[in-house]
Design a protein around this ligand. Structure first.
Ligand SMILES: Cc1ncc(COP(=O)(O)O)c(C=O)c1O
Length: 395
């Protein structure tokens, strides 16, 4: 098929929800994606932070293929040993007591929200109405009706009324605002370590530390949405580790299964038994093939933390030297770059595609979520292309 044929078939058959770039990807290898004509693109977005081991890592592909030929699906009505092996590894690696597997970030957050509300209802009584969840302005937590309610960006709060009640967005990095908002009806607060879709904005470590201590005193649960920041993205398994805190509930997805749909939420020991039988479920959650992929990710990613940290620092330093970039931020290999007035992130990303580079945007910023296996030489290759594009756009 030619690109035009692909584009037309998409237009005729798929709901028009995605503003796609003019590019079709048909295969991938390492950090490179290839289009239908065999042209190569260095992918600094890894499918929005999913392909953490790059495209088609041979060990990952072998494990997934083997599992596909052994047991493709197993209902959660039965015990599924590979899912259990994965759960044991995740709990051991993270120090959390229990995990629940779903399929996406939004589903992971839905579960985290249910767990927080059930904990509060069980302990304080449903009639007390202690079920409100505070979220941060400019956050993003997913596209389901409830996770849209949790998302602190008004642009998402149109067209789909009525939304799930019980959420209030407070300003990020404002400890006094958090204290004031934590009234008797609040059961939890949800935060991202770095607001990814919001523009790659890391939270202030002091704010996070103070908030965590305050919430603990009030028995208000702290939920970290690590959907974008988790699975090693920031140079630690979870982004919150950089703040020296430990949330009660953590959600994750994206990179965890290295390119297969998987989401999960984890909880500490004291919440381990809150979700009893029948309280939650997911047909595909912890699917054996996705679990096989995730086991390879869990084996490989912790060995890369140092490389992720060093390469992230290098990327941020070098980006700051490029024309048209006014500010660079992030942690590990989750990096955002603001552009000077007059430069549009979407235009820069489109021009990069023409030159064989894929970059993401987040609001008005450029966003980089490269595969965690990326080498210094590959980063240099990406920077060289971006430099040419920015020089042209600034001229
Ligand atoms: C922080 C955060 N939470 C939740 C989501 C939703 O994840 P999914 O698209 O897998 O439902 C995203 C997706 O970008 C995200 O970045």
């Amino acid at each position: 098929m030619t690109f035009e044929e692909i584009k037309n078939a998409e237009h005729e058959n798929i709901m028009d929800t995605y503003a796609r770039f003019s590019l079709a990807i048909v295969r991938g290898e390492g950090v490179y994606a290839f289009d239908e004509e065999g042209r190569r693109y260095l992918d600094m977005g890894s499918g929005i932070g999913v392909n953490c081991l790059g495209y088609c890592d041979p060990d990952w592909a072998a494990a997934v293929s083997k599992q596909a030929a052994t047991l493709n699906h197993c209902s959660n009505l039965y015990y599924n040993p590979i899912q259990i092996e994965l759960a044991e590894k995740i709990c051991k690696l993270t120090g959390y007591a229990r995990v629940f597997f779903g399929n996406s970030g939004a589903e992971a957050n839905e579960g985290a929200i249910k767990l927080a509300r059930k904990y509060s209802n069980d302990k304080y009584g449903a009639q007390k109405g202690r079920n409100k969840i505070l979220t941060l302005q400019n956050s993003f937590h997913g596209r389901t009706v409830t996770t849209l309610s949790a998302t602190g960006q008004n642009s998402f709060h149109q067209h789909f009324d009525p939304f799930t009640p019980g959420f209030e967005a407070i300003p990020a990095n404002d400890f006094d605002a958090l204290k004031v908002a934590c009234g008797d009806s609040v059961c939890a607060v949800i935060m991202e370590a770095i607001q990814g879709e919001g523009g790659v904005l890391p939270l202030d470590p002091e704010y996070v530390k103070k908030s965590a201590a305050f919430l603990k005193e009030k028995d208000i649960l702290l939920i970290f949405d690590e959907v974008q920041t988790g699975a090693g993205r920031t140079g630690a398994f979870f982004g919150f580790e950089h703040f020296g805190i430990r949330p009660d509930i953590v959600s994750m997805a994206k990179g965890i299964a290295g390119g297969l749909p998987m989401g999960a939420f984890l909880c500490t020991d004291r919440l381990a038994d809150v979700m009893g039988k029948g309280s939650h479920g997911s047909t595909f959650g912890g699917n054996p093939i996705a679990s096989a992929g995730a086991l390879v990710v869990l084996d490989k990613i912790p060995k890369l933390y140092r490389q992720i940290t060093e390469n992230g620092e290098y990327l941020r330093n070098e980006l700051a030297k490029l024309p048209g970039i006014t500010q660079v931020r992030g942690m590990g290999l989750m990096v955002g770059a603001s552009l000077k007035d007059g430069l549009e992130a979407k235009d820069v990303a489109s021009a990069c595609i023409q030159k064989g580079l894929l970059v993401l945007t987040a609001k008005t910023a450029l966003r980089f979520l490269p595969p965690l296996i990326i080498t210094r030489a590959e980063i240099d290759e990406a920077l060289a292309i971006l430099k040419t594009v920015l020089e042209e756009q600034c001229a």
